[in-house]
Design a protein around this ligand. Structure first.
Ligand SMILES: *Cc1c(COP(=O)(O)O)cnc(C)c1O
Length: 420
């Protein structure tokens, strides 16, 4: 651990939240160098929906490496890329009556967001992007301009421009329909809000505190985008790839986004892979207009193919995600009621937030959970929400065990904060 202090920049973060050296991992369990087992409800911030070192995906990667097939080829054609596109198109898109072409971007979610907003600006000839309170879209300047977090924005060091923030679903309380407000502002020639190139939305805000947008609200926002002549972009970086029980997080609301951004769990193995799905009529790119050295890395594409092949050929897996999600919701709501304090449980599919109301309680709970063998992260405007993103492939016993540890840690944290 000394190397951290001596050699790694002060910017490091997760190694502070989870002070251990992690040497191995399988499924939902990580093993520390000193022999502790830790249940993982962090899942690489949503990059490990199918668990750590999923052995069936690993077999595909190992075969690919053993065959000396092309690992890095910029965006040249390879069998891996062609096969991936065909599989994704037939198993994921065609069955949902979706038609998109694929843009492989640099490997981070932020790069794919940059590509999406750049394309929307190019298509419309407009600059303004509508984003939402508590939204998070990544750390590069364009993506950060569309992200709400003040501390992150300040750290950018330059003016972040080209984005107008609108209240997310529920932001002004249950009685205010913020989609109505958005509609009004965009229809009003004198509202002061420039015509948007795009409306960029997460259907569940992951970093922002597991804020869940409703079906009608999302449909209304999509309709507003259409009537305003703006592209409708869903950032499915964290909530896509099965997290909410469908492959795409917007399926439950029957949306048809103009652009969809995917990353985190797309490769299924924690390998970096990002892409933008583009409705063909909006594919206004000139050849090479948005490039990057690591676009569509072949090893990641092979892993992504294995994940789709294993989990998405029929509806069994998605149904199991919804079932486990209900187990989580029930348990977390029971805990919320038991310990009082106006705790709130929010979520959809297998993404849940337990709003502790205060950052102190959330911090003490997460810390205590880690000491007891559970890794959970915090989110929300002041990190007051404990976030649950277990692997979608987790078994019931491990899920129960993790939730049990959470309850013990919360109980302990409350004893401490209530007695002080
Ligand atoms: C993580 C995340 C991003 C950014 O992805 P990076 O790979 O960290 O750049 C963008 N949008 C959402 C919703 C995310 O959760």
């Amino acid at each position: 651990m000394q190397a951290l202090d001596a050699l790694e920049s002060n910017v490091r973060s997760y190694s502070r939240s989870f002070p251990a050296v992690f040497s191995r991992a399988r499924g939902s369990t990580m093993l520390t160098e000193d022999g502790r087992n830790v249940v993982d409800f962090l899942s690489g911030a949503g990059a490990l929906n199918y668990g750590h070192n999923n052995h069936r995906i690993k077999a595909a990667i190992a075969d690919y490496l053993a065959s000396d097939a092309v690992v890095h080829g910029l965006d040249m054609a390879t069998p891996a890329k062609l096969d991936f596109m065909e599989l994704f198109n037939s198993v994921i898109l065609a069955r949902r009556n979706l038609e998109y072409c694929f843009q492989f971007t640099g490997p981070t979610g932020a790069n794919a967001i940059e590509a999406a907003i750049k394309l929307a600006r190019k298509v419309t000839g407009r600059q303004n992007i509508i984003s939402f309170t508590n939204g998070y879209h990544g750390m590069s300047l364009g993506a950060m301009a569309a992200s709400g977090n003040r501390a992150y924005r300040t750290a950018s060091g330059v003016a972040l421009s080209g984005v107008t923030f609108m209240p997310y679903d529920g932001y002004l309380g249950p009685d205010v329909d913020t989609a109505d407000y958005l509609q009004k502002v965009l229809a009003d020639e004198s509202s002061g809000v420039d015509c948007p190139a795009a409306i960029l939305v997460e259907t569940v805000q992951g970093e922002g505190g597991i804020n869940v947008a409703g079906r009608e609200w999302l449909q209304a926002v999509q309709a507003v985008a259409k009537s305003a002549g703006a592209l409708f972009i869903v950032d499915d970086v964290q909530m896509g790839c099965g997290r909410t029980g469908n492959f795409f997080s917007f399926e439950f609301a029957d949306l048809s986004p103009d652009l969809v951004v995917l990353s985190k769990s797309l490769s299924g193995y924690g390998l970096p892979l990002s892409m933008v799905l583009i409705k063909k009529e909006f594919d206004a790119w000139q050849p090479g207009e948005h490039t990057g050295t690591f676009r569509g890395n072949n090893l990641a594409l092979v892993a992504a193919m294995a994940a789709i092949d294993l989990y998405w050929r029929d509806e069994t897996f998605g149904k199991e995600v919804l079932r486990l999600g209900e187990v989580m919701r029930h348990r977390l709501e029971t805990i919320a009621v038991k310990y009082g304090n106006s705790f709130a449980v929010r979520g959809r599919g297998m993404a849940f937030g337990f709003d502790c109301q205060t950052p102190e309680t959330a911090a003490a709970t997460a810390r205590g959970a880690f000491e007891r063998g559970l890794m959970v992260e915090r989110c929300g405007p002041v990190d007051q929400v404990v976030k649950f993103l277990p692997a979608l492939t987790i078994d019931c016993e491990t899920l129960d065990h993790g939730l049990e540890i959470f309850e013990q840690a919360l109980n302990q944290a409350l004893k401490r904060t209530r007695s002080s």
